[in-house]
Ligand binder design. Structure first.
Ligand code: FAD
Ligand code: SF4
Length: 505
C-alpha cells in the first residue's frame, strides 16, 4: 500500500507519528516550501531561512535513512502554491492509496488538512504526540474547572510526569522558586556566549532565495545563527545546560544593554520545529542537578516547558480560531510605527527592537514587559500586536504566540490566561535592567516631556480601565495608590499620556 506522508515545516522530527505509521519501503514523504505558508504573514527573513533550511536538511537526513522524499522547492518549476495543492498533485503523481499526516499546530493548517480527504484516497490525521500533554489529556484537565491557570496545570503535570518530584512532593519543598528569580545582573558579570552555527551551503542558498523573493520583509540576515539540524540543536542545548543554565533562574527577568540572550536557552526555535523534543530539554536540565545546577534554575527552566509551553497550546486549541480577535479592553490604537523602525527614544524599547530586527529574538521579559507592556499601556489594538509578534520572531507560530500575546501580554481574553494585566512603570524596568542610563528619558521623573513614558502611561492605563480593573482584588492596592493622587496630579498624568501618545500613534 503506497502511502503519502506530507510533513510540514514544523514537523521535522525523525520520530514523527506519521513516519512511525508508514513503511519507508513503500511510502513517499512530501515536503514543500509553499508560497502560502511563506506569506500568510510577511515573516522575518530569519524565520523563512530557518524553516526552509531546516526542511532541506531534514529531507536530506530522511533520504539518507532510506525514505523516498518528494521535495518541492519554492523556486522550483512546479512549486505548489499551497499545502493542499501540493498534496493533491502528489496524490496523482505518485498514485498513492492513502495519506497519513500529523495534525498541524494552527487552526489555519488544521482546516486545510481536513480538506485533504477529498482527493479520493483515505486520509488519516494523527495526533501530534511530540507535546508533553495530548489534547485529550488537556481537555480532561480543563473540564469542569472554574479557572484555567498555568500554575494549576504545571503542578498537575509535575505530579503526572514525576519531574522534580520526590515521594509525591515537589523537590526542595516548593513548586516554584520565582521569588529567587528576579535579580538584576551585577555590573561586569560575564555572560557566556551561545554557540555559533556558521551557515553551510544549504543555508546560504536559502538566504539568497529569501533575499531575492522576500526583499522587503522585516529583519536582517547578517547575524543568522539558528540551529538548522538536530545535531546543531543538540549542541545548542548542551551548551546551554553546561554554560548558562546555572544562572537561568537568577537572571531570568533581567534586561541588560548589549546582552541580547543573557542566560536564556535559545531552544524555542528548535523545539517548535521539532529538532528537539520538550522532554529531552527537561531531562537535560534535571540531569544537571547532579552536576551542581541549582534547583531554582532547573525548576525555572522546567516550568517554562512543562508548564507554559503545553499550557498555552492547550488554551489555543481549546479557545478556537476567534481567540486572536479577542479585545476585552476595547483597545483600538494603531501599532506605532516604531515597532517596525525602532527609534522610539525609549532605550529599553529600542534595544529590544534592534535585537528583534537583527536576531529575530528577544527574551521573554523583553517581549512581555517592554514590547507587550508598552502596547498594553498605550491601548494598542491587540490583533495588530498579535500580527507583529507573529511576524518578527524566528520561533513564532500562532499556537504559542497568540496565547502569549492576546492572553498573557494584552489581557485581551479578559483574564482567561492571566489573573491580572502584566503592566509596569519605569521603576520596574529600571530595577530589572540598565537601559535607563542611556535613555533620553529620565526614569525618576514622573511628569513632563523628559519623564519616562512608562511612568505616566502606567497610571493612565489604570485610570482608563478603572471601572473594570479596580474590581480585581490583585489590583486593589494599586488603585488605592491612584486614588491617593490629587485631582491635579491625576489630570497631569492623563495630559502627559495624551500628549505622548498623540506624537507616537
Ligand atoms: P527560555 O527563556 O530559555 O525558556 C525555555 C523554553 O521554555 C523556551 O524555549 C520555550 O520553549 C519555553 N517557554 C518559555 N516561556 C514560554 C511561554 N510563555 N510560552 C510557551 N513556551 C514558553 N514563544 C515561542 O516559542 N514562540 C512565540 O511566538 C512566542 N511569542 C511570545 C510573545 C509574547 C508577548 C511573550 C510574552 C512570550 C512569547 N513566547 C513565545 C514565549 C517566550 O518568550 C519564548 O518561548 C522565549 O523567549 C524563547 O526564548 P528561549 O528559547 O531562550 O527561552
Ligand atoms: Fe525605558 Fe523609561 Fe528607562 Fe527609558 S527611562 S530605558 S523608557 S524605563
Amino acid at each position: 500500500m503506497k502511502t503519502l506522508v506530507p510533513i510540514l515545516g514544523d514537523q521535522l522530527s525523525h520520530g514523527l507519528a506519521s513516519l512511525r505509521a508508514a513503511d519507508r519501503r513503500t511510502a513517499v514523504v512530501l515536503m514543500a516550501e509553499v508560497a502560502e505558508e511563506a506569506s500568510y504573514v510577511p515573516h522575518h527573513k530569519q524565520k523563512l531561512v530557518l524553516v526552509f533550511s531546516a526542511m532541506r536538511h531534514f529531507a536530506e537526513e530522511l533520504r539518507r535513512d532510506g525514505w523516498t522524499v518528494d521535495y518541492r522547492r519554492l523556486d522550483g518549476p512546479d512549486a505548489p502554491g499551497s499545502l493542499t495543492a501540493g498534496v493533491e498533485a502528489a496524490v496523482l503523481r505518485h498514485g498513492v492509496s492513502r495519506i497519513v499526516a500529523v495534525r498541524g499546530g494552527e487552526h489555519r493548517v488544521i482546516a486545510a488538512q481536513q480538506g485533504w480527504g477529498r482527493f479520493g484516497v483515505p486520509l488519516t490525521l494523527l495526533e501530534d504526540d511530540r507535546f508533553m500533554v495530548s489534547t485529550a489529556a488537556f481537555e480532561g484537565w480543563a473540564q469542569g474547572r472554574k479557572r484555567l491557570r498555568m500554575e494549576d496545570f504545571y503542578r498537575w503535570q509535575r505530579a503526572e510526569t514525576g519531574v522534580l518530584m520526590e515521594a509525591g512532593q515537589p523537590l526542595g519543598g516548593q513548586w516554584n522558586f520565582d521569588k529567587d528569580n528576579r535579580k538584576s545582573l551585577p555590573k561586569g558579570m560575564p555572560v557566556p556566549a551561545p554557540p555559533r552555527f556558521a551557515p553551510d551551503a544549504i543555508t546560504q542558498e536559502v538566504m539568497a532565495l529569501v533575499n531575492d523573493r522576500f526583499p522587503t520583509n522585516f529583519g536582517t540576515l547578517q547575524q543568522f545563527n539558528w540551529p538548522v539540524t538536530r545535531a546543531e540543536a543538540l549542541v545548542a542545548l548542551e551548551r546551554f545546560v553546561a554554560d548558562r543554565l546555572v544562572h537561568f533562574g537568577d537572571y531570568q527577568d533581567a534586561l541588560v544593554e548589549g546582552e541580547a540572550t543573557l542566560f536564556h536557552s535559545l531552544v524555542s526555535t528548535s523545539i517548535n520545529l521539532g529538532l528537539l523534543s520538550p522532554r529531552e530539554c527537561i531531562d537535560a536540565a534535571v540531569a544537571a542537578l547532579e552536576t551542581g545546577a541549582p534547583l531554582n534554575a532547573v525548576e525555572g527552566f522546567v516550568r517554562q516547558i512543562l508548564g507554559w509551553r503545553d499550557y498555552v497550546r492547550g488554551i489555543y486549541l481549546r479557545e478556537g480560531p476567534d481567540y486572536v480577535h479577542r479585545n476585552a479592553l476595547g483597545a483600538t490604537r494603531p501599532l506605532p510605527e516604531f515597532y517596525w523602525t525602532g527609534g522610539s527614544g525609549m532605550r529599553c524599547f529600542d534595544a529590544a527592537f534592534e535585537q528583534t530586527r537583527d536576531l529575530a529574538y528577544a527574551h521573554h521579559i523583553q517581549r512581555l514587559m517592554v514590547l507587550g507592556n508598552f502596547a498594553l499601556l498605550a491601548g494598542v489594538d491587540p490583533h495588530a500586536l498579535h500580527l507583529w509578534f507573529l511576524i518578527v520572531y524566528a520561533d513564532a507560530y500562532e499556537w504559542v504566540e497568540a496565547p502569549n500575546v492576546i492572553g498573557m501580554s494584552q489581557y485581551a481574553d479578559g483574564g482567561l490566561l492571566g489573573s491580572k494585566p502584566y503592566v509596569a512603570g519605569g521603576a520596574y524596568l529600571s530595577r530589572m535592567g540598565n537601559h535607563c542610563g542611556s535613555c533620553r528619558y529620565k526614569v525618576k521623573e514622573k511628569a513632563g516631556p523628559d519623564a519616562c513614558p512608562f511612568n505616566y502611561l502606567y497610571w493612565d492605563f489604570l485610570a482608563r480601565h478603572e471601572a473594570d480593573l479596580s474590581k480585581n482584588q490583585r489590583l486593589w492596592t494599586v488603585y488605592d495608590g491612584w486614588r491617593r493622587f490629587s485631582p491635579e496630579r491625576q489630570a497631569e498624568i492623563r495630559a502627559d499620556a495624551e500628549r505622548f501618545l498623540a506624537t507616537v500613534c
